[in-house]
Design a protein around this ligand. Structure first.
Ligand code: ADP
Ligand code: MG
Length: 247
């Protein structure tokens, strides 16, 4: 199995305030990985640094053995809800077509085959009937599915999603996790920022537990232990018999 992502000695800060300090981990291809940790732990910063969307203070990132600059079109990114302008006047289909642009080449217009592929991606997330709507008219769950369809349209090797289940109804959440598991089963690498611990053990193969530093990473069974989770959240961690989690 080959290495999908290597992060070595990564540190990031905003105006002198440390957000991530000396992060080291690696992920093998074909895994569905959760990045978990409390609010402000640096989860989004870690995704953005891996995608070279923000400046890092130090460290090195390798994606399938290459720099992210070389791999940009191979990595699909679904940003956190708040980072998207939902009032932007664009239809669902055109949003998904944007995902085909990396494969389209510069200055080329999407052709019929691209539209067929974009509709196919919308079908995979169950909202092809909304293709002519404005994205602003959709519910939170439908909007998140549109962005997942856009990521699928890119035919990437790797998928990074930031809090895809926030503000999302249960049907959308089930659709999204099922599509992500399918991608993993096809050998793709999927990395998901997630803060709801109650589902973490069901959803992911591996976890990266953060709180500015890397607290732990590895198989869910290793990381999802009360003592380890408690260290990231700086307080005791309890589970109830029905697996509801209180932190
Ligand atoms: P998480 O996604 O885990 O909630 P973030 O990566 O968004 O955490 O943020 C980590 C820390 O960096 C927080 O303290 C946050 O306030 C700060 N931060 C994030 N983005 C910026 C920014 N653009 N400017 C200044 N500080 C920021
Ligand atoms: Mg975040």
């Amino acid at each position: 199995m080959s290495l999908a992502i290597e992060v070595k000695h990564l540190s990031c800060s905003y105006l002198g305030n440390t957000a991530l300090s000396d992060i080291n981990f690696s992920i093998n291809e074909g895994n569905l990985v959760g990045i978990i940790g409390p609010n402000g732990a640096g989860k989004s910063t870690l995704l953005k640094a891996m995608l070279n969307l923000i400046k890092k203070d130090s460290g090195e990132i390798r994606i399938l053995g290459h720099s992210i600059k070389e791999m940009k079109t191979k990595v699909a990114y679904v940003p956190q809800r708040n980072d998207i302008d939902w009032d932007f006047p664009i239809t669902v289909l055109d949003t998904v077509l944007l995902g085909t642009y990396p494969n389209l080449g510069l200055f080329k217009r999407p052709k019929k085959e691209h539209k067929i592929w974009a509709l196919e991606c919308l079908k995979q997330v169950g909202i092809e009937s909304y293709s002519n709507r404005q994205i602003g008219e959709l519910s939170g769950g439908q909007q998140q599915r549109v962005f997942l369809a856009r990521a699928l349209a890119q035919k990437a090797d790797m998928y990074f999603l930031d809090e895809p289940f926030v503000g999302v109804d249960i049907t959308s959440e089930e659709t999204i996790i099922s599509v992500l598991k399918q991608l993993r089963n096809q050998g793709k690498t999927v990395v998901v920022v997630h803060h709801d611990l109650s589902k973490a053990a069901d959803y992911f193969d591996q976890l990266i537990l953060l709180n500015k530093e890397l607290i732990e990473y590895g198989e869910v069974a290793k990381v999802f232990a009360p003592e380890i989770i408690g260290r990231a959240y700086n307080q005791p961690f309890q589970t109830k018999p029905d697996t509801e989690v209180f932190v």
